[in-house]
Design a protein around this ligand. Structure first.
Ligand code: HEC
Ligand code: HEC
Length: 397
């Protein structure tokens, strides 16, 4: 009986941890995103009559999303334009500059906000066919899309995109609303097909897929240089020090205090007991442009200890400037579950980030973390800080 109890509790705890980490974490980070104007005033306000984006899809297109899902199109098509992929290793950033944009898949990178009005976000994960995030922006008209849906091979002879003839009614003669599909046999008779409601839904959905507006967090990208500029925005002034390398070599680690190796463990371990910082701030400490700020070269990291400890205990949200670049995201209290790192773990990971990637600052001890934790006994758990709040709390509070 006792064992059954422990066993059930174990299952429950596992599920609860996973839920906290993946559902609560994500929802804290992105849950309150809403449509926004294409650009904002200097002070972050929006002009009174500006249009908000993304726009909602027409009803027929929403039904089309269900069909798209049911037909399995998402297995081969993604809907996410990426800025670049970053190769790690040797610690050097290797941006594959704007590949998706060069391919003509979009005018800018896709952002979380692009999807806030969709019932099913079908980012997909395998690109057997082209990305469809902007298929509605191509010159394809209804007829082209219907022909492609009926039989892709009638347009692209060696296409492996599966045909969906079952969504069409075939007629002998051309009729009102029928579409002519050329025969695939030399000299063969063309076929005439009438789209069903389901086919019209899919086409309406495809036509609605377009990220043809700008967002405050991501404007159109005109050139490869612009992609490089965004990529470089996360690099501390003075450049990436040559020795930024990951993982730290065995020699380097052995010269460092045990706190550094323990801290690196907290930094890189994902899941229960770890801090998982690496998923967002990256092995290079450079973060991800636009989304996650760098720790390399950051005054938030190298500067005031108390402020840094506070961030590690409760997280941080809202606009913040790091290395001269503005970010506006949210970091829930680190740890799995959030806020579960011990005083020692926080001391170790902070000592590690204060002395990696070219940073050099004093170590932080567990008793220093404990003192800050004690001083914040009355703060509600998981209430993230804002930059303004941290600045208004003077050191002598
Ligand atoms: C087996 C993988 C696969 C599946 C499943 C699949 N596609 Fe495709 N799709 C492709 C490939 C490969 C291409 C590129 C060749 C072509 O244009 O036909 C493509 C091309 C397309 C294009 C043309 C895109 C462009 O920019 O030229 C559209 C539109 C499209 N698919 C829609 C769909 C829809 C709708 C479904 C679901 C009914 C679907 N695909 C299912 C592989 C797939
Ligand atoms: C889920 C992604 C995520 C994880 C995991 C994460 N952070 Fe962050 N971190 C962020 C974001 C986003 C911000 C900026 C928040 C804002 O915009 O207000 C940030 C900001 C910071 C800052 C202040 C700004 C800067 O770049 O110097 C520090 C310091 C920091 N994080 C340290 C850590 C440490 C240490 C860990 C692990 C114990 C960690 N973070 C884990 C996403 C994350």
């Amino acid at each position: 009986m006792n064992n059954i109890f422990k066993f059930s509790f174990g299952i429950l705890a596992t599920l609860a941890f996973a839920w906290l980490a993946f559902v609560v974490g994500a929802s804290l980070q992105y849950g309150d995103l809403s449509p926004e104007a294409e650009s904002l005033e200097e002070d972050g306000s929006r002009l009174p009559d500006s249009e908000l984006y993304p726009k909602d899809m027409p009803g027929l297109a929403k039904q089309g999303a269900e069909e798209y899902l049911a037909l399995g199109c998402v297995t081969c098509h993604t809907q996410q334009v990426r800025l670049f992929t970053r190769k790690l290793g040797k610690g050097k950033r290797v941006p594959e500059a704007g590949t998706d944009i060069e391919r003509g898949w979009g005018k800018r990178a896709s952002m979380p906000r692009d999807y806030v009005l969709q019932d099913h976000v079908m980012l997909g994960n395998t690109r057997i066919g082209p990305d469809l995030a902007n298929v509605g922006m191509n010159e394809y008209d209804d007829e082209w899309l219907h022909k492609h849906l009926f039989e892709p091979q009638s347009l692209v002879s060696d296409s492996i995109c599966p045909p969906s003839p079952f969504l069409y009614e075939t007629t002998e003669e051309p009729k009102a609303g029928s579409i002519e599909i050329p025969s695939r046999k030399e000299g063969g008779q063309p076929r005439h097909v009438i789209p069903s409601l389901r086919a019209n839904r899919v086409v309406a959905y495809l036509k609605s897929l377009k990220q043809d507006y700008e967002l405050p967090e991501m404007s159109f990208i005109e050139s490869e240089e612009e992609v490089d500029e965004i990529a470089d925005s996360n690099v501390p002034s003075g450049g990436i020090p040559d020795w930024v390398n990951y993982p730290l070599s065995a020699t380097a680690m052995s010269e460092l205090s045990p706190q550094m190796s323990a801290g690196k463990e907290v930094y890189t371990k994902i899941g229960a007991g770890g801090g998982g910082c690496v998923t967002c701030h990256q092995p290079t400490g450079l973060g991800v442009p636009v989304a996650f700020p760098p720790l390399a070269g950051s005054d938030w990291v190298k500067g005031d200890k108390e402020r840094l400890i506070k961030i590690s205990l409760f997280g941080l949200m809202g606009e913040i400037e790091v290395n001269g670049v503005k970010y506006n995201g949210a970091m829930p209290a680190p740890g799995t579950p959030p806020g579960s790192l011990t005083d020692q773990q926080i001391a170790d990971v902070l000592t590690f980030i204060r002395n990696s990637w070219g940073n050099s600052a004093s170590a932080i001890s567990a008793s220093e973390v404990q003192a800050v934790r004690d001083s914040l006994k009355d703060r509600p758990a998981m209430q993230m800080w804002t930059e303004a709040e941290l600045k208004s709390h003077s050191k002598t509070e």
